[in-house]
Write a protein that binds this ligand. Structure first.
Ligand SMILES: NC(=O)c1ccc[n+]([C@@H]2O[C@H](COP(=O)([O-])OP(=O)(O)OC[C@H]3O[C@@H](n4cnc5c(N)ncnc54)[C@H](OP(=O)(O)O)[C@@H]3O)[C@@H](O)[C@H]2O)c1
Length: 342
């Protein structure tokens, strides 16, 4: 793509995940990561050299003021997403924000309100949503391939115990629920096509005060039930099962297949144990590359280009996670305070 039509990205923070993001971006036409900001200039320079970025800013504000940047990728600690997404919007740049979008529903709504006021796009990064594997699941659901949905289960767990990491720090939005649990919750929200009305959850905790393993149940307005699991203390697993009254779908909703396995979707059209299980193979690759290409198309052509969570889905995911967190405190059912976006 010619200069002037390239979407010029900046990255806020020398975050670990930005390495994979930059690797994915390098394979996408019409996108260029042109700048990076770090609180520590020398760390920023070294990181920029490593991932192949030319310009380094020694403050986040300087990146927001950079006229050569059209869009900003935010991989900051979860508690910082809201403040910086709003500031980026006010600077007139589009935003691809890491998951979970925010740590409260009020913050999520404020972020979308700021983006709308500034006339920029704001979306949440879930690489699996851009994968052909997930798009096939959505196609089957849209076609009512398994009838009316009755039950959904989504889980994501792995072994993680890195002292000092943001995931183990309650002050920086740590915990399995906001980390792995946001994936499982987002999958359920996508498959259900609606927001749950109430939730209940239980958890096990780390010494630092974040939940390391959690399980949650969701009720939906039309009778659908769903459950999520998430953990920092299990062997790697990532799986989702959707059971309808006329069939079932299984998927691993992978971010970057073949990492994690082959991007297969299993489908049963029928209701008995004898129903044959169809195996549907899909293409894989970097979910960041697919997500970045979709973000580029969103900016160029509007919502038709975007495969990821819509703003309303993102608000609903945050509202659900917030209700789960509240249930961990009360031990009972908590209503999901869904806020419809204007
Ligand atoms: N989509 C995915 O597959 C995926 C995977 C992993 C993580 N994530 C998300 O990406 C985000 C970052 O995760 P990560 O593991 O890459 O984090 P990380 O390596 O800890 O990076 C976070 C960056 O934020 C900046 N920062 C600013 N204030 C900070 C503070 N008070 N404490 C710590 N860092 C601060 C730092 O950059 P400077 O020091 O350079 O300013 C730091 O490098 C999280 O929201 C996480 O949920 C998404």
């Amino acid at each position: 793509m010619k200069e002037g039509k390239t979407l010029r990205f900046g990255i806020l923070g020398a975050a670990n995940i930005a390495r994979a993001f930059a690797k994915g971006a390098a394979t996408v036409d019409g996108v260029d990561i042109v700048a990076l900001a770090s609180r520590d200039a020398s760390k920023g320079r070294a990181f920029a050299d490593e991932i192949g970025v030319a310009r380094v800013h020694a403050s986040y504000d300087a990146l927001l003021d950079d006229p050569g940047v059209d869009a900003i990728y935010i991989p900051l600690p979860n508690t910082m997403h809201a403040e910086w997404a709003i500031r980026v919007a006010e600077a007139g740049k589009h935003i691809l924000c890491e998951k979970p979008l925010a740590s409260s529903t009020a913050d999520a709504v404020a972020m979308f309100t700021a983006a709308k006021a500034a006339g920029v796009h704001l979306v949440e990064a879930y690489p699996y949503r851009a994968q052909p594997q997930t798009r096939k699941v959505r196609e089957l659901l849209d076609a009512k391939a398994i009838g009316r949905l009755q039950l959904i289960h989504a889980t994501f767990g792995f072994t993680f115990d890195k002292p000092g990491d943001i995931r183990l720090d309650p002050a920086r939005g740590g915990g399995a629920l906001l980390d792995a649990g946001s994936y499982a919750t987002s999958f359920v929200r996508m498959a259900a096509g609606e927001c749950p009305t109430r939730v209940m959850a239980a958890a096990r905790w780390s010494d630092t005060g974040v939940e390391t393993t959690a399980a949650g149940t969701m009720e939906f307005p039309d009778g659908l039930l769903a459950q999520i699991w998430c953990s920092f203390g299990t062997a790697y697993h990532r799986h989702a099962l959707i059971a309808g009254d006329a069939g079932m779908i299984e998927t691993t909703y992978l971010n970057h297949p073949p990492e994690g396995g082959a991007p297969t979707v299993y489908l049963r059209r029928g209701t008995t144990a004898a129903t044959e299980r169809e195996t549907i193979e899909t293409a894989g690759g970097s979910g960041f590359a697919a997500e970045i290409a979709s973000f580029r198309d969103l900016v160029a052509h509007g919502w038709v280009g975007w495969t990821g969570a819509t703003p309303q889905e993102s608000v609903d995911i945050v509202a659900t996670l917030e209700a789960f967190a509240q249930s961990l405190k009360t031990g009972g059912w908590v209503d999901v305070r869904r806020v419809p976006l204007a």
